[in-house]
Ligand binder design. Structure first.
Ligand code: AMP
Ligand code: ZN
Length: 462
């Protein structure tokens, strides 16, 4: 059995062949922490988590690095406009440093709620200024940079194969010049270092050999992956939007600095979409996040299950109906699993069949079909349980940790929920709101949906 992964660089499935025997270096572009993560972002992290678990299933010792972009990601990919962090700061009235802290913490909550494995290394861009400045200095020495009034830029015309990952059409781009050029020499050139404005103080700025300012967004990933993995490592991941700009620029920088194209495999997850696409864009301001789902009574692991129902290279169209179905499927799975006794040995045939599917470029929809066949099989229950445990090491649904009483609603809470339902039926919104607040103080969150109110435990109450 061999693990085959789809590589965006070659646009083909390739057998995974590690650079160092038995090890797998994995770098995943992390969140830009100027706002909460939306559930689209989280789909990409679920795909990467499954990849990591499949690598582990294949016996690799995975070194998993995830960065936190807390500076330098501009509102526009064309390197003009405001830094997203400073914009977030204006929106919330808090300092850029405070919002980075807050949204990083919220992101970690989502990470844990989805049962994503803790990376080997979390690294923040603002903790790695020296590495980024050194990297840019080498690019300068190697002749890849030029200076404009607002920063130091990477000259993409120096590389014949710039943009190969995205199969960019240079000639077309140059002719079209659809991007704001400023003093850039070529449409695809990008900022390595941006100067602070002379008439205003930025909240996040540092001294550098070129003047006070801040690093461009792409340089952090080239610099930190080189530090924590090496300039040539196994797999680099992200969402599909990163192919054309961010990852193409990471490759250009690393090639110019170290002479390698950074990663042996480039893997990209297709987007989660909604019927109303605005709901899936942080910059649109109004979007669905994990907390929104929890407030509507959904278990974060139901969202994880939903992600597993689509191949990571297929678009997944989100709807609450689909999430309802995923939650129902997860409930059936938990119920079946918790009725089985412990003490048997796993059925290796089922484990092997599951592995064939996940080893074929993470075919999770087919792997889930194997899981359900196992659940419904006539294997002894004491065999089904340890077999499902082996599968769940990849699926990450925490079936063994689930306890039926976790979802039981205490009588007192049930009574309050009943009263609130009656208040809603009588259109007594003020009473319904008061009861919601009482429930919140008792540690239960309640939210309204088309099919009625949903309740979920949200802590110890306050
Ligand atoms: P960001 O916080 O915007 O830097 O994005 C974090 C990760 O989410 C990146 O890997 C993006 O490619 C990915 N991403 C952004 N939007 C979506 C979406 N709608 N569906 C799936 N992944 C996304
Ligand atoms: Zn990156």
């Amino acid at each position: 059995m061999t693990l085959a992964l789809y590589d965006t660089w070659t646009r083909s499935l390739r057998p995974f062949d590690p650079i160092r025997p038995g090890q797998a270096g994995l770098y995943c572009c992390g969140p830009t922490v100027y706002d909460y993560a939306h559930i689209g972002n989280l789909r990409t992290y679920v795909f990467e988590d499954v990849l990591r678990r499949v690598l582990a299933l294949n016996g690799y010792d995975v070194r998993h690095v995830v960065n936190i972009t807390d500076v330098g990601h501009l509102v526009s990919d064309a390197d003009d406009g405001e830094d997203k962090m400073e914009k977030g700061s204006r929106r919330t009235g808090e300092s850029a440093w405070a919002i980075a802290e807050r949204y990083t913490a919220a992101f970690m909550d989502d990470w844990r709620a989805l049962n994503l494995l803790e990376p080997s290394i979390w690294c923040r861009a603002t903790d790695h200024l020296a590495e980024q400045i050194d990297f840019i200095a080498t690019l300068e020495r190697n002749g890849y940079t030029y200076r404009t009034a607002d920063g130091i830029y990477f000259d993409t015309s120096k590389q014949d194969d710039y943009g190969y990952l995205a199969r960019l059409d240079h000639a077309g781009l140059q002719r079209g010049k659809r991007v704001a050029m400023g003093e850039k020499r070529h449409a695809t050139d990008f900022a390595l270092w941006k100067f602070s404005p002379s008439d205003a103080k930025r909240q996040m700025e540092w001294e550098s050999p070129w003047g006070r300012g801040f690093p461009g967004w792409h340089i952090e990933c080239s610099a930190m992956s080189a530090k924590y993995l090496s300039p040539w490592f196994d797999i680099h991941c992200g969402g599909e939007d990163h192919v054309a700009v961010h990852h193409s620029n990471e490759i250009a920088q690393t090639q110019a600095c170290h002479g390698t194209r950074l990663a042996n495999f480039w893997m990209h997850g297709r987007f989660l979409t909604t019927a109303d696409d605005a709901k899936m864009s942080k910059s649109a301001g109004d979007f669905l996040r994990m907390q929104t789902l929890i407030e509507r009574g959904f278990d974060p692991l139901a969202y994880r299950y939903l992600c597993l129902t689509a191949h990571y290279r297929s678009e997944l169209r989100f709807s609450f109906d689909a999430l309802d179905a995923a939650q129902a499927a997860l409930a059936r799975l938990r119920k079946a699993y918790s009725s089985w006794p412990e003490g048997g040995a796993a059925d290796e045939d089922f484990v092997a069949r599951f592995r064939v599917e996940v080893d074929q470029d993470l075919n999770l929809p087919r792997a889930l079909a194997v899981l359900w066949e196992l659940v419904r099989s006539d294997l002894p229950p004491a065999v089904r349980r340890p077999t499902v445990d082996r599968l769940d090491a990849v699926l990450g649904l925490r079936l063994a940790a689930w306890r039926a009483q976790d979802e039981a609603i205490p009588a007192e809470i049930g009574e309050l929920l009943f009263q609130r339902e009656a208040a809603r039926a009588a259109k007594n919104w003020a009473l319904a709101d008061r009861l919601r607040e009482t429930l919140r103080r008792l540690g239960w969150r309640v939210d309204d949906s088309a099919s009625g109110q949903r309740s979920t435990r949200c802590g110890d109450g306050a």
